[in-house]
Design a protein. Structure first.
Length: 74
């Protein structure tokens, strides 16, 4: 069976070797997609944590300003 590599060279390979090459290509593609998914989930989690911390900071500062007004410190 003829096989043409990425550089354009022709090789004589067996059917099982061809299947192994295809399986390796699919495995690399799966690994790339998994990494993209993990990076996207990490970015999503980081954004969620940022928004949560920002919201809690705003709530804390609002409560602090309310306490300052109630006790007449301003």
């Amino acid at each position: 069976m003829q096989y043409k590599d990425d550089n354009g060279k022709n090789y004589e390979i067996s059917y099982s070797q061809k299947l192994q090459r295809e399986q390796n290509k699919l495995l690399k593609q799966k690994n790339r997609l998994l990494m993209v998914f993990l990076v996207m989930m990490f970015v999503f989690a980081l954004g969620g944590a940022y928004l949560y911390i920002r919201l809690e900071t705003i709530n804390f500062l609002t409560d602090l300003m309310h306490a300052v007004r109630v006790f007449g410190m301003s």
